[in-house]
Design a protein around this ligand. Structure first.
Ligand code: XMP
Length: 319
């Protein structure tokens, strides 16, 4: 794509001018945006870049391995893999307010990046894959009064005091443009086509308190849901699909026993930029099959519901 090739060349020049001979740390989240930012910056400044993948314990099934193998195996870009589950889950204990979760996660990411920067002898810059919609939605709702809808972890979730300056080469782009840039940079199609995944991860898909046990339950349900979506050939027709674990228990019956377990909600939407979204109209048979599998295979869930809310008035994530 000609215009993306131009954009890429211009951004590379801009990054070099901004960074000079300083070191840059780039946080990888497992998503497309941070991966594209990392590969672009690596083309610009080579080994002045260190990528840091913070495993906060809020990743989906198998996600950490996929990111590490893409970067180490495919690109040979140096990658520091930080195991920080205890740090994040410890700090989230007892926290139920969505904005408090987001702020804590944003601040803790920065703490980890700053500590990794010290280990490599200091980095003046922190690179992030912030997109245009992240910026808008953290600041205000377009056209309306200045109200924060939610603090996207890499914008409104950042602490006020930070030692590093930001490098955000994707800040003017929408998702489809980031995907085009990713292809231009040679990222594999399966990676570029992945559904968006939010930086705060499963924490904002577990309303109420986030615990290791609830993350494990949600990971299993989510993996089954995505497996069914792929088997049905629907993955690419959907912008984003995921399971949510509700802090509500209901009564059920399985075999000849009573169950009293959590409710799981399934969400799937179509969208072009994440700013507005419509629900994906699955066949009843798809939903029935998926619900049955989740209830039979995941201990701790005995009821599955489907979310029929578009955006607006809903948001895509539940928190
Ligand atoms: P909402 O829930 O605001 O989500 O309708 C719009 C899109 O943004 C993603 N999202 C985030 N991405 N950090 C991110 O990197 C965040 O803090 C964050 N919050 C929401 C969400 O998954 C959807 O694609």
């Amino acid at each position: 794509d000609w215009s993306m090739a131009e954009f890429k060349a211009a951004k590379i020049a801009e990054i070099r001018a901004q960074v000079g001979s300083s070191r840059v740390i780039c946080g990888l989240s497992g998503g497309v945006d941070s991966a594209v930012a990392a590969v672009l910056i690596h083309e610009a400044i080579g080994d002045q870049l260190t990528c840091v993948f913070v495993d906060h314990g809020l990743m989906r099934m198998g996600e950490a391995d996929q990111v590490v193998s893409l970067f180490k195996g495919h690109y040979n870009i140096p990658l520091v893999h930080v195991q920080a589950e205890a740090l994040f889950l410890g700090g989230l204990a007892g926290v139920t307010d969505p904005e408090q979760k987001r702020k804590f996660i944003g601040k803790t990411f920065i703490d980890v990046f700053e500590s990794e920067a010290r280990k490599i002898g200091g980095a003046e810059f922190l690179a992030q894959g912030t997109l245009y919609p992240d910026v808008i939605e953290s600041v205000s709702f377009t056209g309306g009064p200045s109200v924060t809808i939610k603090s996207h972890h890499n914008v409104g979730g950042l602490p006020e005091r930070m030692n590093m300056k930001l490098v955000e080469p994707l800040r003017e782009l929408f998702k489809d443009e980031v995907r085009a840039l990713g292809r231009e940079l040679g990222l594999p199609d399966v990676f570029v086509g992945r559904h968006p995944f939010p930086g705060p991860g499963l924490a904002i898909r577990i309303p109420g308190e986030v615990t290791r046990e609830r993350c494990d339950i949600l990971r299993k349900a989510d993996a089954i849901y995505l497996d069914e979506i792929r088997n049905a050939g629907l993955y690419d027709a959907i912008w984003q699909a995921f399971a949510v674990l509700l802090p509500v228990k209901t009564v059920g019956v399985m075999g000849d026993g009573r169950t009293y377990d959590s409710v799981c909600a399934l969400r799937a939407v179509t969208s072009t930029d994440g700013m507005t979204a419509d629900i994906y109209p699955f066949d009843a048979s798809f939903l029935q099959r998926t619900a049955t599998r989740i209830i039979n295979e995941v201990k701790g869930i005995n009821r599955v519901v489907y979310d029929y809310t578009s955006k607006p008035p809903g948001t895509i994530e539940w928190e």
